[in-house]
Design a protein around this ligand. Structure first.
Ligand code: UD1
Length: 417
């Protein structure tokens, strides 16, 4: 088991370079199998979610080479075999192999995906989308067999603007006969990144980034070179850390428009920010004002930044509220923040935070990926040594987190116990 130790209450200065987006990478890797030719993806983060998807590629007899920030995927000798549950349960995004295998072979056999326990996380919208394209879905316990004689275009309205369902339907529809329209599609930048990748391979997708995506089926996809966009959630996490303990902390290699909702909230509470073309310079301010946030689909406030942001709200003068509308189980960080000294009460899907409160080190748990990021942010601020367990969650999504924070003056380490 790995633990993280943080000696908090230190000023952070210097530059943190943001890596490629986890949530784009985890869709791009499965998408790459839609061709029989070699695909190169660069700016790929070295996180354990990437490793888990490469393990699945190996199972499918796909040739994978990794070189620093690039990954070269060659599916020439690929075999469409059942993906064992031990692979699918390692991460949520294993479900993108359903759409990709269905799109390529018209058959996918795999198990219910894993991932953070932040809610029930059903996949009904993915499956309904596959069915609309002509597939049948057989489900025994955790196992799903999705197959079709032929995939054809369809008009699909998503009841919820789901990121996963939007991408999975795109993957299944890209080689289907005819035109598919996804209405009430999710608009996240990662979806645009995946659509761009598929278009570079020869797909005909338009409208990604809007709520209507049109996919005209093509017969063949070919090799391409593609770059992963910067990780807006990693960027947002470090900017929040900068607002807690930074002194001219530069968060570099980002696309600031992707985090507009966060940046405007930070400005509202009084954080000292300089927003450049591809960076943000942030320093800890005085007398932060309280505020309310509500998580929403993009371009609203991202649920994935709600937990780290709640740490910042413990430092605001007065009462703030956080309302979570996407996941029903995303306040698991709260008991640990309270152990550190925060004043938080949760009722239904709203947390009320009264600040400012001093945070003092304690032993805490990373209950999920972004709860773990919240623990890191709190540990960096707290006085004394904070010990975080279950840090495997954090390593799923934050590349080189120890090195990045150490380089800007943090005292943080990871140990195997
Ligand atoms: C993705 C992100 C995750 C982020 C979330 C919301 C990845 C790998 N993960 O997750 O970090 O927190 O978007 O921004 O990209 N839903 C259904 N049925 C479905 C699918 C979804 O009811 O078939 C519901 C979910 O329970 C949830 C909401 O729709 O309440 C949004 O989920 P979705 O956008 O699909 O999230 P993920 O793609 O799993």
């Amino acid at each position: 088991m790995k633990i993280m130790e943080i000696e908090g209450n230190r000023e952070l200065h210097g530059t943190i370079r943001i890596s490629g987006a986890k949530n784009a990478t985890v869709a791009l890797i499965p998408a790459a199998i839609l061709t029989d030719e070699e695909v190169t993806i660069c700016n790929v983060p070295e996180i354990t979610d990437t490793d888990a998807l490469c393990d699945i590629l190996n199972e499918l007899n796909v040739d994978v080479k990794r070189a620093s920030e690039s990954i070269i995927i060659n599916p020439q000798n690929m075999k469409n075999v059942e993906i064992a549950e031990r692979y699918s349960k390692k991460l949520r995004a294993s479900y993108y192999f359903m759409g990709a295998l269905l799109g390529k072979y018209k058959k996918a056999v795999m198990y219910f995906p894993g991932g953070c326990s932040i809610g029930a996380r059903p996949i009904d919208l993915h499956l309904k989308g596959f069915e609309a394209l002509g597939a049948t879905v057989t489900n025994k316990k955790n196992k799903y067999i999705v197959e079709a004689e032929e995939l054809h275009g369809a008009n699909i309205y998503l009841d919820i603007a789901s990121v996963g369902a939007t991408i999975n339907i795109m993957l299944a529809a890209v080689k289907a006969k005819g035109t598919t329209i996804i209405d009430n599609a999710a608009k996240e930048p990662e979806i645009v990144n995946v659509a761009t990748f598929l278009n570079n391979m020869g797909a005909k997708i338009s409208g990604a980034g809007t709520s209507t995506i049109k996919i005209e089926g093509v017969e063949v996809l070919h090799k391409c070179f593609h770059e992963v966009i910067p990780d807006r959630i990693e960027a947002g996490t470090y900017i929040i850390i900068g607002a807690l303990c930074g002194k001219n902390l530069k968060i570099d290699n980002i696309i600031p428009e992707h985090i507009d909702s966060l940046l405007s909230k930070l400005e509202e509470i009084g954080v000292d920010l300089e927003i450049g073309k591809d960076y943000v310079l942030v320093s800890k301010g005085e007398n932060y004002k309280p505020t309310n946030i509500k998580t929403l689909v993009y371009p609203g406030f991202p649920t994935d930044l709600q937990q780290p942001f709640s740490v910042l709200l413990t430092q605001c003068n007065g009462k703030s509220k956080v309302t979570e509308t996407i996941w029903e189980n995303r306040f698991m960080h709260v008991p640990y923040l309270k152990d550190l000294g925060a004043d938080i009460t949760v009722k239904n899907q709203t947390a009320t935070i009264i600040g400012p409160t001093e945070l003092t080190a304690s032993s805490v748990v990373a209950t999920d990926l972004r709860a773990g990021a919240a623990m890191v942010a709190a540990g960096l601020l707290a006085t004394g040594k904070t010990v975080i367990t279950n840090v495997e969650h954090i390593l799923r999504g934050y590349e080189s987190i120890i090195e990045k924070l150490t380089n800007v003056g943090a005292k943080i380490d990871i140990k195997e116990i």
